[in-house]
Design a protein around this ligand. Structure first.
Ligand code: XMP
Length: 513
C-alpha cells in the first residue's frame, strides 16, 4: 500500500492486467482493485496519485451495470476512464452512451481535436489506436470537452478542471502507437506521480520486511524448479538464510535430471536448507489405471499435498509456509469482474489442512511474471532457471495421454530433453514461449533397418504467446523439425513416429490434457 500511486479499478476487461503492467513499466507501482472499492477504502492509500477505470464487457446502460462509488469523484484525485471507464464517467455526468451502428474492433486512426489537452502532450495526430467497443458516446458528459475522435466515435474526453479524462481506445495495448506516451502523460503530468518502482527497490524492501516478519522463526517452501518458487526461495534466503528449508518433491513426473539439476544449483548458489523427497513410486501407484485428465490432475494435486504435509509436519518448529504466488494468481482469485469458465483445474501447492496452522509468506504476490524474472536475475539466479518456459504443476502427468506409467514417463523425458536441447542449440528456445513433447496412447507401425517396429507416437508442441490465454503454434524451421525428429527416432527406444502440433489456442489448449 505504501508504494501504490496508481490504482486500477477493474470492470472485467481482458486488458486490466496490462494497464497495471504498463504503469509499472514506466516506473510507478500500480495495483488492480475490484470496482466495488469505495472512496473510504482508497483514502487508506497514503500515496495514491491517480485512478484508472478499466474497460469491461458490459454496457453502462444495462440494468445491473457495474458502477463506482461516486464519492471517488470527490477525492480530488485524477481519474482516467478507459473504454467502459470513459463510458461510465459519461453516464455519471449526465452524458449518454448507446449501442453503436458503427462498432469498432481493431485498428483506428485517432484525430486529435484539442492538442493542448494534457493527455495528448507530445502525441502526434492521426496515429493508430486499438479499439474494442460496441457502445459509444452519443451525448457529451456535462463539463467535458471532446478532445479526439475517430471516423466512428468520440475517442477522448476531458474535464481538466476536475482532472477527469476518458479514452475510448486501449492505450495499454501495443497496437496503440503512442499508448505508452499517453499513459506517461497521465501518470507523470496529470497525476504528478514519482518514479519509485524498480526491482532493486523491491528486493531491498522485501528483504527488510521478511526479516521483520519472520524474526528468528523457521520457514518452509515447496520448491518446484519453476521460476516463481525459485525466485521466492532466493529472495527469502537472502533475507533469512538457513532459517529457510526448501522441500523438493520428485513426483516421477519431472523432466530429465530435473531433481539433480535443481539440487545442484540451489546448494551451490544459496544459503538455505534443501531436502529432496523421492515420492515417485507413490505417484505412479496412485495413477495406475487412471485415464481421465481431470481425475489425474486431482490425484496428482492430492498426492502432492499429502507428501508435502507429511514433510511439513516433521518440521515441528516451522511457523511460516512460503509460496511463489504471483500477482496474476491473486487478481484472478480475488477480483469479481473475472468470471471465466473452468477449462482445467490448474494445480499448484495448496489445500493445506487446517491443523498445520502455518502463516503464509508470499513475497512475490504483488509482481507480474516479467518482474519476477527481473528479481531472479538481480538475485543472481541461474539464467536457465529465470528464463525457463513454464512447466505445469502436474508435470509430465498431463503430457502422458491416458494412463501414466514409469515406462512412458522415461520415454517422454528423453524425447523432451532432445527437443529442448535442440531448441537451445539452434537459438530458438528464447524465441518461443513454451515448448514440450507429449506421448500419445497409440502405437503405429514403422520400419527400422529391415525390421518392422510397432512403437509410440510423440507429438512436439511449441507455442508463442504473451499471456498464455491465447497462443499460436511457433513456425519452427522445417530443417530443425527434421533434425529433432531424426534424433528422437534414432535415440529413443519405444518411439517410431513424431508429429508437430500446429493447433492454436483457442480452439486447442496449450497442454493436451
Ligand atoms: P493450457 O493447457 O490451459 O495451459 O492452455 C496454459 C498454461 O498453463 C500451464 N498449465 C498449468 N500450470 N498448473 C500450472 O501451474 C497446472 O495444472 C497447469 N495446467 C496447464 C501450461 O503449461 C501453459 O503454460
Amino acid at each position: 500500500m505504501e508504494n501504490t500511486q496508481i490504482v486500477i479499478l477493474d470492470f472485467g476487461s481482458q486488458y486490466t492486467q496490462l494497464l497495471s503492467r504498463r504503469v509499472r513499466e514506466i516506473g510507478v507501482f500500480s495495483e488492480v482493485l475490484d470496482f466495488t472499492t469505495t472512496a473510504i477504502d482508497l483514502k487508506k492509500y497514503k500515496n495514491l496519485k491517480g485512478i484508472v477505470l478499466s474497460g469491461g464487457p458490459s454496457s453502462v446502460y444495462a440494468q445491473d451495470a457495474y458502477s463506482i462509488d461516486i464519492e471517488i469523484f470527490n477525492l480530488n484525485i485524477p481519474i482516467l476512464g478507459v473504454c467502459y471507464g470513459m463510458q461510465l464517467i459519461t453516464e455519471l455526468h449526465n452524458g449518454k452512451v448507446e449501442l453503436a451502428d458503427n462498432q469498432e474492433f481493431g485498428k483506428a486512426i485517432l484525430n486529435i481535436d484539442f492538442k493542448e489537452d494534457k493527455l495528448f502532450k507530445n502525441i502526434n495526430d492521426k496515429k493508430q489506436v486499438w479499439m474494442s467497443h460496441a457502445d459509444h458516446l452519443i451525448k457529451m458528459p456535462e463539463g467535458f470537452i471532446k478532445t479526439a475522435h475517430t471516423d466512428a466515435c468520440i475517442a477522448a474526453i476531458s474535464n481538466e478542471e476536475k482532472k477527469l479524462y476518458g479514452i475510448q481506445f486501449h492505450a495499454e495495448v501495443t497496437h496503440s502507437q503512442e499508448g505508452t506516451q499517453i499513459i506517461k502523460n497521465f501518470v507523470y503530468d496529470i497525476c504528478q506521480a514519482k518514479k519509485d518502482w524498480s526491482m532493486e527497490i523491491f528486493i531491498e524492501q522485501k528483504v527488510k520486511e521478511i526479516k521483520e516478519i519472520v524474526k528468528d522463526e523457521q520457514v518452509i517452501l515447496g520448491l518446484s524448479g519453476g521460476v516463481d518458487s525459485s525466485v521466492a526461495a532466493a529472495l527469502i534466503s537472502k533475507a533469512i538464510g538457513k532459517q529457510l528449508t526448501c522441500i523438493f518433491v520428485d513426483t516421477g513426473l519431472l523432466r530429465k535430471d530435473e531433481a539433480k539439476k535443481v539440487m545442484d544449483s540451489y546448494t551451490t548458489l544459496f544459503d538455505m536448507n534443501i531436502k529432496l523427497v523421492d515420492a515417485s513410486y507413490t505417484f505412479y501407484l496412485a495413477l495406475e489405471g487412471v485415464n481421465d485428465p481431470e481425475q489425474k490432475r486431482k490425484i496428482i494435486g492430492k498426492e502432492f499435498v499429502e507428501v508435502f504435509n507429511h514433510q511439513a509436519k516433521e518440521m515441528h518448529n516451522a511457523k511460516f509456509l512460503a509460496q511463489g504466488t504471483i500477482y496474476p494468481d491473486v487478481i484472478e482469485s480475488s477480483v469479481k469482474g473475472h468470471s471465466s469458465k473452468m477449462i482445467k483445474s490448474h494445480h499448484n501447492v495448496g489445500g493445506l489442512p487446517k491443523d498445520l496452522k502455518f502463516e503464509l509468506l508470499e513475497p512475490l504476490r504483488t509482481l507480474f511474471k516479467d518482474e519476477v524474472r527481473k528479481v531472479g536475475k538481480e538475485l543472481g539466479l541461474d539464467q536457465k532457471i529465470v528464463n525457463r518456459h513454464p512447466f505445469p504443476g502436474p508435470g509430465l502427468g498431463v503430457r502422458i495421454i491416458n494412463e501414466v506409467t514409469k515406462e512412458k514417463a522415461d520415454i517422454l523425458r528423453e524425447v523432451d530433453d532432445i527437443f529442448i536441447t535442440k531448441l537451445l542449440d539452434w537459438n530458438l528456445y528464447d524465441k518461443v514461449s513454451q515448448a514440450f513433447a507429449t506421448i500419445l496412447p497409440v502405437k503405429t507401425v514403422g520400419v527400422m533397418g529391415d525390421n518392422r517396429t510397432y512403437d509410440y507416437v510423440v507429438a512436439l508442441r511449441s507455442v508463442n504467446t504473451i499471456d498464455f490465454m491465447t497462443a499460436t503454434s511457433s513456425h519452427l524451421p522445417w530443417e530443425f523439425l527434421d533434425e529433432v525428429t531424426n534424433e528422437i527416432i534414432n535415440k529413443v527406444n519405444g518411439v517410431n513416429r513424431v508429429v508437430y502440433d500446429i493447433t492454436s489456442k483457442p480452439p486447442g489448449t496449450i497442454e493436451w490434457e
